[in-house]
Design a protein around this ligand. Structure first.
Ligand SMILES: [Mn+2]
Length: 362
């Protein structure tokens, strides 16, 4: 297994590449959507949390991530001694009507195909996505983690309707008419996913790109009155079976999976890693279940992380693990300290597994 770090768009620079290597990482997962450009509540030294106005403005609908831009990004990362494993999340500006089944859907599916081909040409093997209408919404911040450390969690359901012009917790149309986005049904949402997979999987197969689906964060049946897709562990299987392909895979988020009200996290890890369906792993720990869970330090939640790693190893998982989110530590660089702490723990755990195996094969 390989150690990786997820970087937000404003962190895609030499200093952060060096920081990743200092923490023992060999791989990066990058966000190209800027969640910090215009949100009134997202701060660049933290994970995006947002309030009911979301994460600010989506990107430029007419400018797709080009081959040149992706290739240059990869060159810079490789020059720093790292591999670029994945891009995480499409820009709502590029696929809002794919999620909402709106009038621009056909054109936007073509745009997503272009993006997948660009990734393939640039040699970036995985595209992580979160097929969600409301996106990451409904979480709150508080001093939830050990020693009163600021972390995020959920403090009950979030049902405030989602205004027109918003999807995936970002604003794609500032001039949308007043009113709220009509609620879809779960069946409609699954049909939209099927349309997306039917359009994109053949292109991904040709381009050599793995599409990796994140489960719902938070994993509630509905958020902001909109249905969710993968809010229980068995729904991941439904997603895989909807369009069977080696390129239809999972952005396997341990935190979100552990927050679900059904299933045993170790069985879930075993079930999906045994099928070889993990694109990459969000290695995060939590305490509790929706709608009242809290994110914790990596060593301090409900999940026995070493037990998870042993299951992944037994099933031959050879991909990348990234810390996902971490609590904000009390210092001048809370995000960096949180990541360095999680990565140090992960590196020690991976080295322990290697030592165990070396002993067994002696
Ligand atoms: Mn995650």
């Amino acid at each position: 297994m390989k150690l990786g770090l997820g970087l937000y768009r404003h962190q895609l620079n030499a200093q952060h590449y060096q920081f990743a290597r200092q923490c023992g990482c060999t791989h990066l997962v990058v966000h190209l959507v800027d969640y910090f450009r215009s949100s009134r509540s997202n701060q660049p030294g933290d994970q995006p949390v947002g309030d009911d106005t979301g994460w600010g403005l989506a990107g430029d609908p007419d400018t797709l991530w080009s081959f040149e831009e992706l290739a240059a990004l990869k060159r810079g990362i490789n020059a720093a001694g790292l591999e670029l494993e994945a891009v995480e999340n499409f820009d709502p500006a590029h696929w809002h009507d794919v999620l909402l089944d709106g009038p621009k859907k056909a054109q936007q599916l073509e745009n997503l195909k272009t993006l997948i081909r660009n990734l393939g040409r640039a040699g970036i093997p995985v595209m992580g996505y979160n097929f969600s209408i409301a996106g990451v919404a409904g979480r709150v911040k508080g001093n939830f983690a050990r020693a009163s450390t600021e972390a995020v969690g959920m403090d009950g359901p979030f049902d405030k309707p989602m205004p027109n012009g918003m999807v995936w917790n970002m604003v794609y149309d500032r001039n949308a008419p007043p009113g709220n986005v009509p609620a879809a049904t779960h069946d409609q949402l699954w049909q939209r996913l099927k349309d997306f997979l039917d359009a994109l999987i053949p292109v991904a197969e040709e381009a050599g790109i793995t599409l990796a689906a994140h489960p719902d964060d938070p994993p509630m049946p509905a958020v902001r009155g909109q249905p969710r897709l993968v809010y229980q562990p068995h729904l991941y299987q439904k997603l895989l079976d909807l369009r069977p392909s080696p390129r239809n895979a999972l952005e396997f988020c341990l935190g979100s999976l552990a927050e679900m009200t059904e299933g045993d996290i170790y069985d879930v890890v075993d079930t999906y890693s045994r099928q070889g369906k993990l694109g990459y792993v969000h290695f995060r720990n939590v305490r509790g279940k929706v709608p009242y869970y809290k994110e914790t330090f990596i060593d301090d939640g409900d999940i026995d992380m070493l037990r998870v790693l042993r299951i992944l190893k037994k099933n031959g998982y050879n991909g990348v693990l990234i810390p996902d989110h971490a609590p904000q530590m009390a210092c001048d660089a809370p995000w960096h300290a949180g990541m360095a702490y999680a990565l140090g723990y992960m590196r020690a755990a991976l080295q322990t597994l290697e030592t165990e195996q070396a002993r067994q094969t002696q």
